[in-house]
Design a protein around this ligand. Structure first.
Ligand code: TYM
Length: 345
């Protein structure tokens, strides 16, 4: 190693991720992120899974329902298999470090970096001057979420890739600006597999999203069997049979999406799914896909309802999670305050 290269981060390997408590979760959230949250518990000792209610405030937000929406996301994490004894599950606003570190990072990140963020441009459209400052600043808070715990690995869907790159840039600039080499890790995004980018069931060019006005465009985690079957049967396709190879999916985004969903829920590769279904028609494939989804999602929906019925037990898990998260973040924040030169630090 040359004298010039800064020391690499040498702390523990740690996973952090989060989801916004807005309008319930859908299949994209489940396949893009939640299934990974569950699997990573086997590979990492420290997994921290957050419900990011501060992020949910950046767009329309209803104070009357926010806390209940946060419980719903927490219940979905647990119902999908996040184990609150192993992993930390908590609500962002219950741990002060997130907002404090976001402010410090606001003074590290550059306007130009944020102006390049495509998600802000997509959400704001032509009306950026009417958007909240919070929406613009959203990725800085996301960087603070991750780095308040010095997390090294972040499981997310593909739409979060650019935000993760920004988090790395902020970590690097902080380390450089304050002469604290290796203080923050440069977090790596974990984005892989056929579930990383699930598209709308109606339009293969748009991602599946909570904000799509058409409920037919998405499968919600709480949809019952009839709704799932109906939405899959009505999903946009074309009259050709399924292709036998991946190359045959080119130019057929809706078909690619359905095959990707099938592969993800049946734990197969896309190639294996095409070997099974290549040459067959959608009249046979769609019911099989719907059945596979129902088999996967209905036990989760039932468990989710059970957990939500016992609000006291859920709140106890979230309180304990917040205390554990705070205990990890506070020593890091003490170092940050000292590094940036705050009085009393
Ligand atoms: P959010 O709440 O929009 O989405 C939660 C997770 O679901 C993934 N996702 C998808 N994956 C595949 N296909 C889709 N159609 C799809 N839609 C959503 C997202 O990529 C995400 O992983 N900014 C984040 C929340 C956040 C966060 C963080 C994530 C705040 N702080 C720190 C990681 C680390 C967001 O809006 O996610």
């Amino acid at each position: 190693m040359s004298d010039q290269s800064p020391p690499a981060y040498a702390g523990p390997q740690r996973v952090f991720s989060g989801m916004q408590p807005t309008n319930g979760l859908h299949l994209g959230n489940y396949l893009g992120a939640l299934t990974k949250f569950v699997a990573l518990q086997q590979r990492f000792d420290d997994c921290i899974y957050c419900i990011v209610d501060l992020h949910a405030m950046t767009a329309d937000h209803d104070p009357k329902t926010l806390a209940e929406r946060s419980r719903e996301v927490a219940a979905a994490y647990l119902a999908a298999g996040v184990d609150p004894k192993r992993s930390i599950v908590f609500v962002q606003s219950a741990v002060r470090a997130h907002a404090e570190l976001a402010w410090i990072f606001n003074c590290v990140a550059r306007m130009g970096w944020l102006e390049r963020m495509t998600q802000f441009k997509d959400k704001a459209g032509k009306h950026s001057e009417r958007m909240s400052v919070g929406l613009f600043d959203y990725p800085v808070l996301q960087a603070a979420d991750i780095l308040a715990y010095k997390a090294t690995h972040v499981p997310v869907g593909e739409d979060q890739k650019q935000h993760l790159e920004l988090a790395r840039d902020i970590a690097q600039k902080f380390n450089n600006d304050f002469d604290a080499p290796g203080f923050f890790p440069l977090p790596e995004s974990l984005i892989e597999g056929p579930g990383a980018r699930i598209m709308s069931l109606r339009d293969g060019a748009k991602k599946m999203s909570k904000s799509d006005p058409s409920d037919m465009s998405r499968i919600n985690l709480t949809d019952d069997s009839d709704a799932i079957m109906n939405k899959i049967k009505k999903a946009t396709t074309d009259p050709q049979p399924l292709p036998e190879t991946k190359a045959g999916l080119d130019g057929r985004p809706e078909v690619e999406n359905l095959v990707g969903i099938y592969a993800a829920v049946t734990d197969k590769s896309v190639e294996a799914a095409l070997q099974e279904w290549g040459g067959k028609g959608f009249g046979a494939f769609k019911p099989a896909l719907a059945e596979a989804l129902i088999a996967k999602l209905s036990p989760i929906a039932a468990e989710l309802r059970r957990l939500l019925a016992d609000r006291a037990a859920l709140d106890a898990i979230l309180r304990e999670g917040a205390a554990r998260a705070d205990a990890l973040a506070e020593p890091i924040m003490r170092d940050v305050r000292r590094i940036v030169g705050f009085w009393g630090a």
